[in-house]
Structure formats: structure tokens, C-alpha cells
Design a protein around this ligand. Structure first.
Ligand code: ACO
Length: 320
């Protein structure tokens, strides 16, 4: 039996910090409203010149360094992003070039909004288990600030920019135990950035629109379901989970999931307070942060889970 295993992590956050207090000067809101509703205190915002592939490049370099490999040993690049540099080429292809990888390895993007990293990790896992590739670079990177209407208080207080990356290798010992992916496209009206390019013009709004209440309810339900599905598939119970590394959208959603798993919050990785919702970047950012703090011990069981536009949702259960 072949598994794939995370052997390196990295992340990157743009320098500029936008606090809740800064937002008070931009829209009719307050630190208190944002913090009590979401748990967010501040988020990072990319410079105008920084693209998703630039953030991904910094995170990838750190992941490559922590894995102790050379960039040319990477033979598969998968990038999860909702805010690609351009319509095409893919951000993964641009990243491959920026990293100086010259081996013509496949590079492609995955789009599942905030669940993107879970989808990308699952895709890489399939390729590595099949024995086809030796080192996969899997990245979640976002410049969400580009598709936010900064006059809309119902969305602009929630999101931030950043990137996280992992290096995945085949392994005879686990590793990723199982991946569980889902989507229900009929929910698209409650969370979307509906604009499209046509005849050189943007048709429809290019900004994130969200029915927060509806997304909140769906998110709590599907995250509970997929956590149960992942545990059942591995004959595990909540007491077998050492760490929950959830998508960082809202502390209340995270706490509700932890409660349903009977997990103490000190076993849950939380970065939403300092990063906001960085969509596809949020899980690998949280993973890297906790890994660098030395919180995970070898052999511990981690449950990664996410939910986002689509609606998409999913989980990865793994041994560290
Ligand atoms: N500051 C002050 N007041 C505000 C703000 C703000 N930034 N935004 C909304 N309000 C007001 C509303 O207008 C409303 O006022 P009213 O009662 O006079 O009409 C009131 O606050 C309450 O609004 P609600 O939307 O009911 O607030 P709620 O408690 O639901 O919190 C929130 C809103 C934080 C958005 C929550 O619903 C949420 O987190 N939803 C989930 C979002 C999510 O998880 N997204 C993940 C996926 S994102 C992706 O995939 C890209």
C-alpha cells in the first residue's frame, strides 16, 4: 500500500496589515462587531503589484526549503486559487516558471474556492499514490482583496490575502489516510463572484456577494457531515483526532465544528484572528504556522476540512 505524506510546509503573508480599526474609517462598522461575529482582528492585504503567483512563490520557496529538496525535484505543481494572475496561463504554470523548474512537469490550477486546497491535496494524493510522481508542490494562494467591494461592509471585513504550500512525497507509511470531496452547485446564489469577461468587458459584478446567514448554516452542517464521513472511513472516533486544522472563515463556525467533535479548542489550529478568511490559502497557512510552532508530533492524526463557494466542501484525514 502506497501513501503520500507531507514533508515540508511554507507560507507567506503580505506585509501590509489592515486592522478592524482601519476598517472603521472605511465603512460603517466597528472592531467589536467584526470581532464578536467572526473572531477576526486583522488581515493582510497584498500590494497592487503582488499577484497570486508572487505570494505562492514565497510560500513555495519556504516549503521547498523545509522539505530539504531542490526546486527541480518537484515533478507536479497544483495551485488552488480563486484569484488567478490572469485567465490563462494557469497560476501553477506561472509559479513553475518563477520557481525556475525546468523539467516540464505538469502544472495546473484547481478552483474550489475556500475548499480549493483540500481538492488540490486530494488530487496530488491520487497522483502520488499511483507512483507516477515523486514530489508534488501543492499551494493555496489568494489575493481575495482584488475581488472585494471595499464599500460593502457585509463582505469587506471578512477576507484577506496570503499563501500556503506543502511538499508531498510518496511514502510506505501514512501519510494521507483518506480524502473526501463534495460539491452542490445549486447553492451558487448564496456565495459567488458572478462577473465574467466578454468582448473585452466585465459582465455582471466581479465582487464577492454572499448571504452570510445562509452560508453559515450550510457550513456548520456540511463540516460536521464530512468530519463524520472521514472518521467512519478510517474507523475512528473524535477521540482519535489530535488536531483539527479547519478553513479559517469564522471562529463561530470553527468552534461549532470543534464542539461537535468534542475537541478542546487547544487542539484546534486558529489563525482567523490574524489572517481573516484567505480562502484557498487558509488551511495551508494554518498548517504551516502550527507546524513551525512545533505543535504537531510525528504520528499524530490531523483532520483538515474546508467549505466554500460552489458550495464545495471536503476533508483530508492524515498522519503527521
Ligand atoms: N459591521 C456592522 N454591521 C454589519 C456589518 C459590519 N461589517 N455587516 C453586516 N452588518 C449588520 C447587518 O446589516 C445587519 O443589520 P440589521 O440587523 O440592521 O439588518 C446586522 O449587522 C446582522 O447581520 P447578519 O448578516 O445577520 O450578521 P451575522 O451574525 O449572520 O454575521 C457573518 C454575518 C459574519 C457574515 C456571518 O453570517 C458569517 O460568518 N457567515 C459565514 C461566512 C463564511 O463562512 N463564508 C465562508 C465561505 S467564503 C468563500 O468561500 C469565498
Amino acid at each position: 500500500m502506497m501513501y503520500s505524506r507531507i514533508v515540508g510546509t511554507g507560507s507567506y503573508l503580505p506585509e501590509r496589515i489592515l486592522s478592524n480599526h482601519d476598517l472603521e474609517g472605511m465603512v460603517d462598522t466597528s472592531h467589536e462587531w467584526i470581532f464578536t461575529r467572526t473572531g477576526i482582528i486583522e488581515r493582510h492585504i497584498a500590494d497592487e503589484s503582488e499577484l497570486a503567483s508572487d505570494l505562492a512563490l514565497q510560500a513555495s520557496r519556504r516549503a521547498i526549503e523545509s522539505a530539504g529538496i531542490g526546486a527541480d525535484e518537484i515533478d507536479l505543481v497544483i495551485v488552488a486559487t480563486t484569484t488567478p494572475d490572469m485567465l490563462f496561463p494557469s497560476t501553477a504554470a506561472l509559479l513553475q516558471s518563477k520557481l525556475g523548474i525546468k523539467n516540464n512537469c505538469p502544472a495546473f490550477d484547481v478552483q474550489a474556492v475556500c475548499t480549493g486546497f483540500i481538492y488540490a491535496l486530494s488530487t496530488a494524493d491520487c497522483y502520488l499514490r499511483s507512483g507516477k510522481y515523486r514530489h508534488a508542490l501543492v499551494v493555496g494562494t489568494e489575493v481575495l482583496s482584488r475581488i472585494i467591494d471595499w464599500t460593502d461592509r457585509s463582505t469587506c471585513v471578512l477576507f484577506g490575502d496570503g499563501a500556503g504550500a506543502v511538499i508531498l512525497k510518496p511514502s510506505v507509511s501514512p501519510g494521507i489516510l483518506s480524502c473526501h470531496l463534495h460539491a452542490d452547485g445549486s447553492y451558487n446564489p448564496i456565495l459567488a463572484a458572478p462577473g465574467r469577461v466578454c468582448n473585452g468587458q466585465i459582465q455582471g459584478s466581479p465582487f464577492v456577494s454572499m448571504n452570510g446567514n445562509a452560508v453559515f448554516k450550510v457550513a456548520v452542517n456540511v463540516l460536521e457531515q464530512v468530519a463524520e464521513e472521514a472518521m467512519l472511513a478510517n474507523k475512528m472516533s473524535p477521540s482519535d483526532i489530535d488536531w483539527l486544522v479547519p478553513h479559517q472563515a469564522n471562529i463561530r463556525i470553527i468552534e461549532a465544528t470543534a464542539k461537535k467533535l468534542s475537541l478542546n479548542m487547544d487542539r484546534v489550529v486558529v489563525t482567523v484572528d490574524r489572517h481573516g478568511n484567505t480562502s484557498a490559502a487558509s488551511i495551508p497557512l494554518a498548517l504551516d504556522q502550527a507546524a513551525r510552532e512545533g505543535r504537531f508530533r510525528e504520528g499524530e492524526t490531523l483532520l483538515l476540512e474546508g467549505v466554500g463557494g460552489g458550495i464545495t466542501w471536503g476533508a483530508v484525514l492524515l498522519k503527521w
